[in-house]
Write a protein that binds this ligand. Structure first.
Ligand code: PSU
Ligand code: MN
Length: 304
């Protein structure tokens, strides 16, 4: 039924039909996660990195109301230029953007939904949404976490930004049966830094062992995703104090300005980026490329 709404890029469809590796990529990171033109440059570079690593990239978005799995460079440019004026699409938003024939940039949650519809098992991004600090009173828990609980796509990320409450995010994932795997690390990476005060559930040291776990999970009928946390390469990590100061200031400003709901994460991302100058953006770009390489290696092992 959803096939009536879904356009799988011919290159992606061919790879899937031949059991060749495909890596899904999200589009909110393009429109709402980075400034133009670095967002477009990065998205194109990430696609090329997936190719160089031996897999086929499938950037996911909604274009003119069509669910797209695999974008043309011109469509990536369109989303990147439009930036915040494109609708940020999570699970609840999909039918509205489809019915109105508009464009939409998919979050981790919505990207997982479309990836699963197309049959793509592995997805690379920067950071996932999570339980926000102060969620005890704001109830701000990203729909990404609920999606990980029910949709069977593995998400390779650099952990979660400490704009979030990392401890509560792990508790939520545990409750919903979502495994958090550390790639060559015991510590949960905190996006800009390699480690945090929290540990992952399982450390695995190769793409093959990760693919073996994903296959076992799938074959046992254990629905839902997995988080594969891949630390930022040390040469690109940020000094802890600098990044903490920027995050704390951004959180204060968000509270003062009454920012909430779906505007919260884009506001915090943009402020942290401004407050740290180019430093955090450079780190952000490098960690996404690093995740694209690991996701490709996992997708390749998964197909073997
Ligand atoms: N974290 C990042 N960069 C991002 C996002 C999160 O470091 O670009 C984006 C992703 O698309 C993620 C979304 O799915 O923000 C989460 O938004 P929210 O907290 O409103 O669920
Ligand atoms: Mn939220």
């Amino acid at each position: 039924m959803y096939n009536d709404y879904l356009d799988i890029h011919p290159e992606v469809a061919e790879a899937l039909a031949q059991n060749r590796p495909v890596v899904a990529l999200e589009s909110t990171i393009i429109s709402h996660g980075m400034p133009y033109p670095q967002n477009v440059e990065t998205a194109l570079k990430v696609s090329n990195t997936v190719r160089e690593s031996g897999a086929i990239p499938a950037t996911i978005a909604i274009i003119h109301g069509r669910l797209k799995v695999g974008l043309e460079p011109s469509e990536i440019e369109l989303l990147g230029k439009a930036g915040l004026s494109v609708t940020k699409v999570s699970r609840r938003d999909i039918p509205f953007v489809v019915a109105s024939g508009a464009h939409g940039a998919t979050t981790v949650a919505a990207t997982m939904i479309l990836a699963e519809m197309a049959g793509v098992k592995v997805f690379a991004t920067g950071g996932i949404g999570g339980v926000h600090r102060g969620a005890q009173t704001s109830f701000d828990v990203s729909a990404d976490l609920q999606e990980l609980a029910q949709t069977s796509v593995a998400v390779v990320c650099a952990g979660a930004k400490s704009i979030l409450d990392l401890g509560l995010t792990l508790e939520y994932l545990e409750t919903h049966g979502v495994p958090v795997i550390g790639y060559q690390t015991e510590s949960l990476p905190a996006f800009y830094t390699q480690t945090s005060d929290f540990n992952v559930d399982y450390r695995l040291d190769s793409a093959k062992t990760i693919a073996d776990v994903l296959k076992a999970k799938q074959q046992l009928g254990l629905k839902g995703g997995a988080v594969i946390a891949n630390p930022i390469p040390s040469e690109y990590a940020m000094p802890q104090q600098e990044i903490d100061a920027a995050i704390n200031q951004a959180l204060r400003e968000a509270e003062q300005q009454g920012i909430h709901g779906k505007a919260s994460t884009p506001f915090l991302l943009a402020r942290v980026c401004e407050l740290t100058g180019g430093d955090s953006l450079a780190s952000n770009i490098q960690l996404v490329l690093n995740n694209a390489r690991l996701a490709s290696a996992i997708a390749i092992e998964y197909c073997n």
